[in-house]
Design a protein around this ligand. Structure first.
Ligand SMILES: NC(=O)C1=CN([C@@H]2O[C@H](COP(=O)(O)OP(=O)(O)OC[C@H]3O[C@@H](n4cnc5c(N)ncnc54)[C@H](O)[C@@H]3O)[C@@H](O)[C@H]2O)C=CC1
Ligand SMILES: CC(=O)C(=O)O
Ligand SMILES: [Mg+2]
Length: 371
């Protein structure tokens, strides 16, 4: 198969869909790979490394999109990229469609076969192609929050760990999945007081066994969220209902009653965000203030540590990339129910139920398109 890797064009995004090592896996199996020039240069993955792995380098994204049978990316395609997709071309990347009607419309219009990393399931449960970026974003959430609690960044001027004689700050983490538990690890490490909330009591039970009385676990409902949020200096939002728009668990009225200069980090922003007052921001302009509360809502947090993130992402994406290249999308998807869960848009139809529900499209069972 001819596989294409364009340079990412989202704001401050230097990750790249395939590393030279991943390219080598493909070329060793007889596939061809086209990489746009300088796709990885910003993170030290040079054109020479890609050539050494057996790729061809081309000058423009236009050429990559025109020639490749499968496009491997990181971020959801931007409007100009959607316009270059063509009928039956495979697009393998993050999509986050539920809160994004324009992108969904454009992907449907393209006729392409669009597989979303974030809805591919794993044999042991979970979302293994989302997990590595959630690990990165969860860990970053605490450092981003800590930085924005500083006076010069708009925060209340608080050191999360405190100092001898001064109490530490309070971090509330909503959602105890991959983002939440990675944020928790950093929050405990920094010396803050921590509350973590989830609806999944088994998850809270596991965390209780690990952290004991170092962390307060709370069953998540409107009451416990309110209590935690009003007392917190930093709130991290890491909830997910797979494929669906994030539930708005923290209302605008709750934000208005938070401490002045508190910070919220809405990691779930790529699914629309779990704070009612959230809207997506960029690494260039990461925050804005609502009712005295600093909002950090960067939709591609791992892009800031693009080198670490690219390697972590490739570890999780390469196996399905090889299957898609070896077998073509129909056979690869038919052979693997977990990969089938990634099919969000195919030949003009929405093939992922939560996306169809969120955006008012008729859901089409992917099995009907495999024949
Ligand atoms: N902004 C960014 O750059 C990034 C954003 N993300 C996003 O972060 C979000 C979380 O991802 P993961 O941690 O991997 O998901 P996950 O599935 O591992 O965890 C989500 C957790 O939310 C919990 N949850 C669901 N409804 C809840 C409620 N009402 N109250 C409390 N908890 C609730 C679930 O029980 C689960 O434990 C996703 O939207 C993901 O796309 C991930 C990576 C980067
Ligand atoms: C998961 C995601 O949206 C990201 O890594 O940017
Ligand atoms: Mg994102």
């Amino acid at each position: 198969m001819l596989v294409g890797v364009p340079k990412e064009i989202k704001n401050q995004e230097s990750r790249v869909g395939l590393t030279p090592a991943s390219v080598k896996e493909l070329t060793l199996r007889g596939h061809q790979v086209l990489v746009q020039t300088n796709a990885g240069t910003a993170i030290g993955l040079t054109d020479a490394m890609y050539l050494g792995a057996g790729a061809s380098i081309v000058d423009t994204a236009k050429e990559v999109f025109a020639r490749a049978e499968m496009i491997v990316k990181v971020k959801e395609p931007q409007a100009q990229e959607c316009a270059m997709l063509h009928e039956d071309q495979i697009l393998y990347t993050y999509l986050h469609l539920a809160p994004d009607p324009e992108q969904t419309r454009a992907l449907m219009a393209s006729g392409a076969v669009c597989l979303a990393y974030e809805t591919i399931t794993g044999a042991n449960g979970g979302l293994p192609l989302l997990a590595p970026m959630s690990e990165v974003a969860g860990r970053m959430a605490i450092q981003a929050g800590a930085a924005h609690l500083e006076k010069s960044k708009g925060g209340m001027g608080l050191l999360l760990g405190g100092v001898p004689g001064v109490a530490p700050g309070h971090i509330a983490i909503i959602g105890a999945g991959v983002v939440g538990t990675n944020a928790l690890q950093m929050a405990v490490g920094i010396g803050a007081r921590v509350t973590i909330l989830d609806k999944n009591i088994d998850r809270l039970r596991q965390l209780d066994l690990i952290y004991g009385n170092r962390v307060a676990t709370r069953y998540s409902n409107a009451h416990s969220i309110e209590e935690a949020v009003f007392d917190a200096d930093l709130v991290v939002g890491g909830v997910l209902v797979p494929g669906a728009a994030a539930p708005k668990l923290v209302t605008a009225a709750m934000i208005a009653r938070m401490k002045p200069g508190a910070v919220v980090v809405d990691v779930a922003i790529d699914q629309g965000g779990c704070f009612e007052t959230s809207h997506a921001t960029t690494h260039e302009q990461p925050t804005y203030v609502v009712d005295g509360v600093v909002h950090y809502c960067v939709a591609n947090m791992p892009g800031a540590v693009a080198r670490t993130s690219t390697f972590a992402l490739n570890n999780a994406t390469i196996a399905h990339a090889l299957a898609l290249a070896d077998k073509g999308w129909r056979r690869a998807v038919a052979a693997n129910p977990h990969l089938k869960q990634g099919l969000n848009v195919c030949h003009g139809h929405v093939t992922y139920e939560a996306v169809a529900h969120a955006l008012g499209y008729t859901y089409v069972d992917p099995d009907t398109l495999l024949v």
